[in-house]
Design a protein around this ligand. Structure first.
Ligand code: URA
Length: 272
């Protein structure tokens, strides 16, 4: 088939499905290469003496402008300031739900803030919500979450004995890995969430959560089973890295390693 032959819409759809696309991120295509139309202030500067036209309401703004989140550095700064201003977990959830600095919010259905008991001694941190989490607003409710529940049960815990959140609280489209920029924007929020929940121990599941919270760059098979100290505000929180349940679903032969980590967690809880 010649490269230039037009593809039928059906073939294109089949290709997209095979490539893992499972959602539409907007009704209108956005040409991000097109320069944005002049802003009202710029028009006013260009013709002094004439009244500036009223700023468009969000609904009137062109799609390209409406969709544009703040520049990444600004978004990180805003996330830091806003996270710091939250005096409680409830306030933090409200602030995060209103935060527009992370582009993932635009494609996710909702914020996935936390599940479990905020007073628990153990806080579990994953990477980012998947489809079921996005639909329900609760972390770890899909297949990986069901395995997590079984892992917890094996050491005598359930969701009333742990507090669960993710480094990134909005589902990335098609469950792709969040970009370093998206993670950087979300980090101030998870740091503040940890500070406000004040757990005795953190359990990071998988490489992204472990690497982003501990600053270590090794792979998870090296990091798992090790204890780190994560600096949150004035505290150094003992942090155990383990394998992500989604990885264990793909590699059930590695469950023995996770079991070893969970026993280490149980022993440390009993000792302290
Ligand atoms: N994987 C995660 O890292 N977090 C969830 O909430 C669900 C799956």
């Amino acid at each position: 088939m010649a490269m230039t032959e037009p593809q039928s819409p059906r073939r294109i759809l089949e290709f997209l499905v095979a490539a893992g696309v499972d959602m539409i991120v907007g009704d209108e295509p956005v040409n991000r290469l097109q320069p944005p139309p002049p802003l009202p202030e710029r028009q006013a500067e260009a013709s002094p003496g004439r009244a500036a036209p009223a700023a468009p309401t969000p609904a009137q703004a062109p799609a390209a402008l409406r969709a544009a989140p703040p520049a990444p550095d600004d978004a990180i700064m805003q996330a830091r300031l806003q996270a710091r201003s939250a005096a409680s977990l409830e306030e933090l959830a409200t602030i995060m739900a209103a935060f527009d600095g992370c582009a993932l919010k635009a494609t996710a259905s909702r914020l996935v803030f936390a599940d479990g008991n905020p007073q628990a001694r153990v806080m579990i941190i994953g990477e980012a919500p998947g489809r079921e989490e996005d639909e329900t607003g609760k972390p770890f409710v899909g297949r990986a979450g069901q395995l997590l529940d079984k892992m917890l049960k094996a050491i005598g815990l359930d969701r009333s004995g742990v507090y669960i959140a993710n480094v990134v609280p909005w589902r990335p489209p098609g469950n792709r890995t969040p970009t370093p920029q998206e993670v950087a924007i979300c980090l101030p929020f998870i740091h503040r969430q940890i500070e406000l929940a004040a757990p005795d121990i953190l359990l990071t599941m998988g490489a992204p959560a472990t690497q982003n919270l501990t600053g270590r760059k090794d792979g998870i098979l090296r990091l798992r089973g090790q204890w780190f100290e994560v600096d949150i505000a004035e505290r150094k929180i003992p942090t155990l890295a383990t394998l992500h349940p989604a990885y264990l679903l793909r590699q059930p032969g590695q469950k023995a390693l996770a079991w070893r980590d969970l026993r280490a967690l149980k022993a440390r809880l009993a000792a302290e």
